[in-house]
Design a protein around this ligand. Structure first.
Ligand SMILES: Cc1cc2nc3c(=O)[nH]c(=O)nc-3n(C[C@H](O)[C@H](O)[C@H](O)COP(=O)(O)O)c2cc1C
Length: 173
């Protein structure tokens, strides 16, 4: 059975990350979720634990080997939604939470699905960070144009969940 480590960072689109977790679980993947503290402001670990049937990880200091075993077991690391903060931490090698620590410690393919306000997405610092990660082989999907929770249309919306699942399956082969 292939293993996907699903990272959720602190975006309103976390509920869509939960849908991706459910769809991937239904397709027979072993899904382990890692949530940032900010992600837990939007959705609870219980939701992900219930949808995946697996424990949810969030505390870097709970067990000294969690990030190593997640990093090793992962056939794919999917970050959906990925915040500007999470992307920028990765680009800077700042591994101050379990999600970034796991990603940086892994040789698995990484698929990042950004979700943020359009102005954040267009910010040159964020664009530079995305380009840097692409240069180092990180895969990106989205963001899409469409309705943003800030109350207008623009580019920043999380990619459609079905597209995320299709892309994840492509990368895991
Ligand atoms: C209501 C609300 C919605 C937010 N949505 C997003 C978002 O979609 N994308 C984003 O990059 N940041 C968003 N933020 C800001 C992040 O939650 C914040 O930068 C946080 O530090 C991200 O931490 P993390 O990357 O460790 O999860 C939002 C904040 C609030 C209060």
């Amino acid at each position: 059975m292939k293993t996907i480590v699903l990272g959720l960072s602190g975006s309103i689109a976390c509920y869509k990350g939960a849908e991706a977790a459910s769809l991937l679980t239904q397709k027979g993947y072993q899904v382990y979720t890692v949530m940032t503290a900010a992600a837990e402001e939007f959705i609870t670990p219980l939701t992900l634990r219930s949808l995946t049937g697996n424990p949810v990880f969030n505390d870097m200091f709970e067990d000294k080997t969690t990030h190593i075993s997640l990093a090793k077991e992962a056939d794919l690391i999917l970050v959906a939604p990925a915040t500007a903060c999470c992307i920028s931490k990765l680009a800077g090698g700042i591994v101050s939470d379990l999600l970034t620590l796991t990603i940086i410690s892994s040789n698995a393919a990484v698929l990042i699905c950004p979700a943020m306000n359009e102005q954040m997405y267009k910010n040159k610092i964020i664009q530079d960070n995305i380009e840097k990660l692409k240069k180092y082989g990180y895969h990106f999907l989205g963001p899409y144009e469409g309705w943003l929770s800030c109350g207008y249309r623009g580019k920043g919306r999380l990619a459609d969940v079905m597209d995320i699942v299709v892309e994840a399956e492509k990368l895991i082969q």
